[in-house]
Design a protein around this ligand. Sequence first.
Ligand code: AFP
Length: 341
Amino acid sequence: MFTNSTSVTTIEAFILEQESRYPEATGELSNLLYDIALAAKIIAAAIRRAGLVNILGSIGQKNVQGEEQQKLDVFANETIIKAVDHGGRLCAMASEEVEGIIPIPENFKCGKYCLLFDPLDGSSNIDVNVPVGTVFSIVQKITRGRHGEMEDLLQPGRRQVAAGYVIYGSSTMLVYTTGQGAHGFTLDPSIGEFLLSHPNIRTPDEGQFLSVNDSYEQYWDEPTKKLMRRYRGLEGDRRHLTVRYVGSLVADFHRNLLGGGVFCYPHSRKSPQGKLRLLYEANPLAFICEQAGGAAIDGKTRLLDVQPTDLHQRTPLFMGSKSDVDLALQTFAHHSELVGA
Ligand code: AFP
């Protein structure tokens, strides 16, 4: 129904249409998603100006309006918090930028959802004009009190009710799921609206791309080295994958989601649990990946089944096209000695 040459669907209209399929829905989740989309537009506008920083004043200096320039990841963090904390939909938040739970201020109503997010992933790439992203995950509160507690935030990924990411690239795109497929929206900057551009994304079963930082090969265990040889077609009878690695998770994930491929951030002697964060990086992308027909594991276990124990815990990650992730599962299944497992 949504895309043909004569119809344009805004993210608001799409979310509303999806909500109408559930008569029991209160609209709270929809409103929360709008608020996140608004924050994404504000962050996108700030990122577009980042290249002008040398002209307008660098971080920590005053800009031409006499305002203090903020680091973009701090700005993104505050923008998201301010966009969502007062709507009465959330009872707690967690962010890559903040050590503990971010509470809802006392003067605002608390709701039934928790938001976990990485406000600006890959921010070290901004200086060189490489895409960066925001990643978010929403779970429902399970404790009884008014405010959300750690237990509410530490839920396995399969309990996510919504998840998404924003990629600030040559265009800004927001991709989200509420468990009814993964849908992508492109920001039209001339009207300031996210428009449906990629309804019901399906990732190919067999990928084209391998995304891994192989400068860590010296720290990998034998099964990981074997897996990479298999992906490259140096061992076994599979066709080889082409290597593409931006080093900006959302950019690597987004390319592989659309084109097919596998993103790997393995455990290693250097990083026994990998680098990426389970709750607000790996889980939301894993939810989207599964909704698009792909898969995500930590080496042995479906990622969405991992029980978190810490807000900022890291996880090894193998995520993308189903047959490529299956190969990782098979390769590691025969080895009990995974580093970090
Ligand atoms: P930065 O935010 O420090 O740029 O890190 C980006 C990131 O968290 C993720 O976006 C990348 O996929 C990953 O790290 C890259 O890590 P390596 O540089 O170790 O490959």
